[in-house]
Design a protein around this ligand. Structure first.
Ligand code: NDP
Ligand code: VSD
Length: 332
């Protein structure tokens, strides 16, 4: 009886593998492709642009600061693999005005052809206690991190559907998979990208367009350095649970997953566990991935509960420390 059950499971898994080409997309060919990277003038976005350029792509960089854009263009051009490659720079705020974003993307497509891959990486972060964060920060972060990904994506999707091909990448964050002390303004903007990505993927899959959501851990970038200046102690201590990654490494993983059309992109062992644990009703792009989720989810929840316990104790310790030093101040 047991043997029969085992044989049945093996046969079922084999069957799944036989149909797996049906759900696994064909890899995108980067040589000669047009890749647009918002936030391409710094940090993770810059490294994604370099990674694609090294593989023969034509690049459009989008960000606000023109000087930073030009400087990055020069830096990227050092990695050219043929003399036809172009790096185009566009200075625009991705979160201000939809028409403007649509216009500049039209111009970019006139120059470098239709967009094969759009990487939404422009983003920013503010940390602090809920009551200490200015109300307009909640609006600004939602505008830049969320709407700033909606606008460029909406601008290129019609052409991608016509061509029956394309890749759209959203750069979320580990803070888009779980909420942590200090991230009340930032986390929701990154969670929002996941909802957008799931709904959009269901719409565009029949058109052979694949959506990737990347969840990087803390990564050594100018943006991270800026964020660290005002980070609450709790957030720092909790984040130290996982180590800081290099932007080059994060970019390599994101580009690889986007080319393959993987819905999920994570880095490191914490990233792996978090992605399995929070896979919910997100689409799968390989049988192996689905099986890993089914088998590991329960175990990772147990691991996760220990993490949550340690985070709670960090927060409690910091609170008691603060109260102690405050009462010491008063008695002085
Ligand atoms: N570094 C980290 O620890 C992590 C980062 N992330 C996410 O990765 C992305 C990149 O982060 P990181 O490399 O650290 O960021 P950086 O601050 O180093 O770079 C941000 C880039 O986005 C551009 N940008 C910011 N706002 C706008 C805007 N309104 N319109 C157009 N461009 C804009 C910036 O250029 P300019 O200012 O000139 O416009 C710059 O090119 C962000 O979405 C971030 O949330 C996720 C997880 C971890
Ligand atoms: C089984 C479950 C394992 C859970 C492990 C959890 C580890 C939590 C560490 C979270 C670090 C927060 C990253 C935010 C990065 C970010 O987006 C900003 N730095 C942007 O500037």
């Amino acid at each position: 009886m047991l043997l029969l059950a085992a044989a049945f499971i093996v046969a079922f898994v084999l069957l799944l593998y036989m149909v797996s080409p049906l759900i696994s997309p064909k890899p995108l060919k980067l040589p000669g492709a047009h890749v647009v990277v918002t936030g391409g003038s710094s940090g993770i976005g810059k490294c994604i642009a370099i990674e694609c350029y090294k593989q023969g792509a034509f690049i459009t960089l989008i960000a606000r600061d023109e000087n930073k854009l030009l400087q990055t263009k020069k830096e990227i051009e050092k990695y050219s693999v043929n003399d036809k490659q172009v790096v185009l720079c566009i200075s625009v705020d991705v979160s201000r005005d939809y028409e403007q974003v649509e216009n500049v993307l039209k111009q970019a497509q006139e120059k470098l052809g239709p967009v094969d891959m759009l990487v939404n990486c422009a983003g920013t972060s503010v940390t602090g206690k809920f009551e200490d964060i200015e109300v307009n920060c909640f609006e600004r972060l939602m505008a830049v991190n969320y709407l700033g990904s909606v606008y460029p994506s909406r601008s290129v999707i019609a052409t991608m559907k016509e061509r029956r091909m394309g890749r759209i990448v959203f750069v979320s964050s580990q803070a888009g998979q779980l909420g942590l002390f200090g991230y009340t303004a930032y986390s929701p903007t990154k969670f929002a990208l996941r909802g957008l990505a799931e709904a959009l993927q269901m719409e565009v899959k029949p058109y052979n367009i694949y959506v990737t959501v990347a969840y990087p851990p803390d990564t050594d970038t100018p943006g991270f350095a800026e964020e660290s200046k005002t980070k609450p102690l709790e957030t720092k201590l909790i984040s130290e649970t996982s180590s800081v990654c290099q932007a080059e490494q994060v970019a390599r993983v994101i580009v690889k997953d986007a080319i393959q059309g993987n819905f999920n992109s994570s880095v490191g062992s914490d990233g792996y566990m978090l992605s399995i644990l929070t896979s919910g009703m997100s689409p799968v792009t390989s049988i192996t991935e689905g099986l890993q989720q089914v088998v590991c989810m329960g175990i990772f929840r147990i691991v996760g509960l220990f993490y949550l316990g340690s985070f709670d104790s960090i927060v409690r310790r910091c609170m008691m420390q603060r109260e102690k030093s405050e009462s010491a101040d008063k008695t002085e």
